[in-house]
Design a protein around this ligand. Structure first.
Ligand code: NAD
Length: 420
């Protein structure tokens, strides 16, 4: 593959696919990993994460060959466009990458680059491990009860980008089709209208639920909960629930049981070798995140529900500065924090890089570098426990020392080296 304006590092090797069927990777000791620092505070948290991940790789006898690629404002400077082919091609070729946040203007302007990247690379599962770190201030009484992993479908739903703007010829055509051919004109008010489409497919549902179940089995989790609003949106969200159960039965029938079977056949006592697959209506689930936190484990849901729900859960464990994520396709991973580009803090060396660093931890885990991943998690926890933290945490705790983004990252690096 040749690149227009970025260099492939001369040192390091490419991560390759070891097994087409399972998507398992062959990871060299010095992989080439593309990185997008991102817009706004991406210029602060990107380099901070790079430092920590490098330290963890080196402490476990490996190294990372970073390949800087561009999207958003930095790409407009370099290429005159938001998402150059170089960037998409590099992530496709090198398989595992990490990115900071990218700005998306509301309304006019371009579509979300984050959504575009996920769609172009078919990164269909957005995964957000959500657990509390001791010492992080939280708005709830028992934040430690939260230990969930959200699998949010990334390519479908009302986020698929199939929508038409009010006042255009296209929207009038769609309206005419709906009113005429489909006979639902009485549901559409007169006057200007915007229309969007919500596609949910069996294919999209099953590959997402498969990833969630695989993860739950590999990590010894108790349950996978399918979250939907199928009571209202029967043929989209209801179908998601039905296809989810169908997949569980077809492919994992010997290792999964439904909640009904748990009570009917096992008196509510979960056998150690069975994963429970259950479902909840989305609005109820948002309550249960708060009221029955400990009863949930792995969550599989569609794009919009997953967006709201994982942010709400993220707030329970201390907010956006902390919450990490990653997008997975078959044999591909793009790690990224949940938070956005927070433009008002850009370049101030002020914000919390924990979310980006812990996104890197997910990436290390995906590489199979469990020791390095654990080291990052432990070093972050140790640093926060010492109360030497960035402003967002510092203002909520008694005592401690307020550090800049870069100083906080240096402390974590020190702890990585100490704990190694
Ligand atoms: P945001 O996450 O950028 O910021 C909201 C607030 O959260 C900030 O003002 C700040 O108080 C806090 N915050 C966020 N990250 C923090 C950190 N690392 N440390 C400390 N505090 C932090 O959300 P927004 O203001 O809604 O969005 C700004 C831009 O980011 C928009 O253009 C949006 O589209 C984009 N965005 C991008 C992504 C992504 O790249 N995946 C995700 C969400 C939003």
């Amino acid at each position: 593959m040749s690149y227009d304006k970025v260099e492939v590092p001369s040192e390091g090797e490419k991560i390759t696919l070891a097994d087409e069927e399972t998507g398992k990777l062959d990871v060299p000791e010095q992989p080439i990993i593309p990185i997008i620092h991102g817009d706004g505070i991406g210029t602060d948290v990107g380099p901070a994460a790079q430092k920590v991940l490098e330290a963890a790789a080196e402490a476990t006898g490996r190294s990372i060959s970073w390949m800087r690629v561009y999207a958003g404002a930095s790409a407009r400077d370099e290429y005159g466009e938001n998402l150059p082919d170089d960037t998409v091609d590099a992530i496709r070729e090198f398989r595992v990458a990490i990115k900071g946040p990218l700005t998306t203007p509301v309304g006019a302007g371009f579509r979300s680059l984050n959504v575009a990247l996920r769609q172009k690379l078919d990164l269909y599962a957005n995964v957000r491990p959500t657990y509390h770190i001791d010492g992080v201030p939280s708005p709830v009484k028992n934040p430690e009860a939260m230990d969930m992993v959200f699998f949010r479908e990334n390519t479908e739903d009302v986020y698929a980008g199939i929508e038409w703007e009010a006042g255009t010829g296209e929207v009038e055509e769609v309206k005419e089709f709906l009113a005429g051919e489909m006979g639902v004109g009485d549901k559409l008010h007169d006057g200007p209208i915007g229309i969007g489409v919500k596609p949910i497919t069996e294919f999209g549902t099953k590959r997402l639920v498969r990833q969630a179940i695989e993860y739950a089995l590999e990590n010894d989790r108790d349950s996978v909960t399918l979250v939907h609003k199928g009571n209202i949106m029967k043929f989209t969200e209801g179908a998601f629930r039905d296809w989810g159960y169908e997949l569980a039965e077809e492919e994992y029938g010997d290792v999964t049981i439904t909640e009904d079977a748990l009570w009917d056949e096992y008196d509510g006592e979960q056998p150690a070798d069975k994963l429970v697959v259950k479902d909840r209506i989305a609005d109820n689930m948002l309550q249960q995140l708060l009221t029955r936190t400990g009863q949930y484990d792995v969550i599989a849901t569609m794009n919009l529900n997953g967006d709201y729900m994982s942010d709400a859960a993220g707030a329970q464990i201390g907010g956006l500065g902390i919450a990490p994520g990653a997008n997975f396709g078959d044999g591909r991973c793009l790690a990224e924090p949940v938070h956005g580009s927070a433009p008002k803090y850009a370049g101030e060396d002020k914000v919390n890089p924990t979310a980006m660093i812990l996104s890197g931890r997910i990436m290390l885990e995906y590489l199979g570098w469990k020791d390095a991943a654990t080291l990052v998690r432990d070093a972050v926890e140790e640093t926060i426990a010492s109360k030497e933290v960035t402003y967002d945490l510092h203002r909520q705790i008694d005592g401690g020392e307020k550090l800049a983004t870069s100083e906080f990252a240096d402390k974590i690096v020190e702890n990585v080296e100490k704990l190694a």
